[in-house]
Design a binder for this molecule. Structure first.
Ligand code: BDR
Ligand code: CA
Length: 317
């Protein structure tokens, strides 16, 4: 199979980091660019972390663009230092990257690149949908030019993770999510229904360390903080939400999905940020989203472990 041509939109983030490393190292993507957005961390830190990951993967030619520093309409920023560390990568003090963000603004680059190669580029989103909504508003042809959008965020049947009903990536910018869900673009929702089940156990994490490569060592170190955050919630084994997007992009056969009508709620003390999925058999609303409902978690994690532990030479540190 030829590599899948993609742009990754991200807010790294420890699970973003794992997803991005997997994407670079699995050899099955052509990554045209990495666009950054506020989310787990402020956008400039997200870009710094993306550059760190690109250098670790030894792909410095891939441009990293700064994107939206805040939601479309809201002023409230909710970063997640309690889950990802103050630096977004588990406070392990990994060396600063030598590279710098490329000149250009992420939404502009998304629109430009999609329109230059209509129907060829899939956008994989791992953070709030602000850059994508801005690209749609910037150039109405963008939605028709992207091949598809595969987005981590939302939940169909289970609870949220930042409110009773909302996931972080939607709650960080519900208006942007509403724009993207309503754009008529081929959209897949990789939500908490599946991502919460794709969990790295302490045993698997230890096995990755034992591989002794620089990449495996990095993953082991950054996930210490993340694993600790989940353990505080009584969860031994941490979900790698964003990785699941990469798995779906390459192996949709590992997933159970359904085409359903989905909209995003942008109001209400209890319902703000909710992805409202209409499961009724006789709904008059058109299905606009492919919703992931189940996944082969072990299949995804075994694959991830293989890629991470076999990448790069052994490192003596
Ligand atoms: C999502 O929110 C972010 O904190 C994670 O990186 C992931 O993209 C999980 O709800
Ligand atoms: Ca993320």
């Amino acid at each position: 199979m030829p590599p899948r041509r993609v742009i990754i939109d991200t807010d790294p983030g420890i699970d973003d980091a794992q997803a991005i490393l997997f994407a670079f190292l699995c050899g099955q993507f052509q990554i045209d660019a990495v666009t950054c957005v506020f989310g787990n961390v402020p956008v400039d830190l997200a870009a710094l972390n993306a550059l760190r990951l690109i250098e670790l993967a030894d792909r410095p030619e891939v441009p990293v663009y700064l994107g939206a520093p805040e939601p479309l309409l809201r002023r409230r920023l909710r970063f997640a230092p309690m889950v990802h560390g103050e630096d977004g990568l588990g406070n392990v003090d990994w060396p600063r990257p030598a590279g710098r963000p490329a000149p250009g603004y992420a939404p502009v680059e998304l629109a430009r690149r999609a329109l230059e190669a209509p129907g060829q580029i899939a956008v994989l989103t791992l953070g709030p949908l602000t850059n994508i909504a801005l690209a749609m508003r910037l150039d109405p042809r963008f939605a028709g030019a992207v091949k598809e959008i595969i987005a981590m965020g939302g939940t169909a049947l289970g609870p949220g993770n930042v409110s009773a009903v909302a996931s972080a990536n939607i709650m960080n910018d519900p208006e942007a999510a509403k724009v993207v869900y309503g754009a008529g673009v081929p959209l897949t929702m990789v939500g908490l229904d599946v991502t919460k089940r794709v969990r790295i156990t302490p045993e698997r994490r230890d096995r990755m360390k034992a591989a002794g490569t620089r990449i495996a060592e990095f993953v082991y170190r950054i996930t210490g903080f993340y694993a600790g955050a989940y353990l505080k919630e009584g969860i031994a084994g941490f979900p790698v939400h964003d990785l699941v997007v990469m798995a779906y992009a390459l192996r949709p056969d590992l997933f159970e999905v359904k085409r359903l009508p989905v909209d995003v709620e942008t109001e209400g003390a209890l319902t703000d940020g909710m992805t409202v999925v209409d499961f009724r058999p006789f709904t008059d609303r058109p299905a606009n989203v492919t919703v992931c409902l189940n996944a082969d978690a072990d299949g995804i994690l075994d694959w991830y472990e293989r890629v991470i532990t076999s990448a790069g030479e052994r490192d003596s540190r």
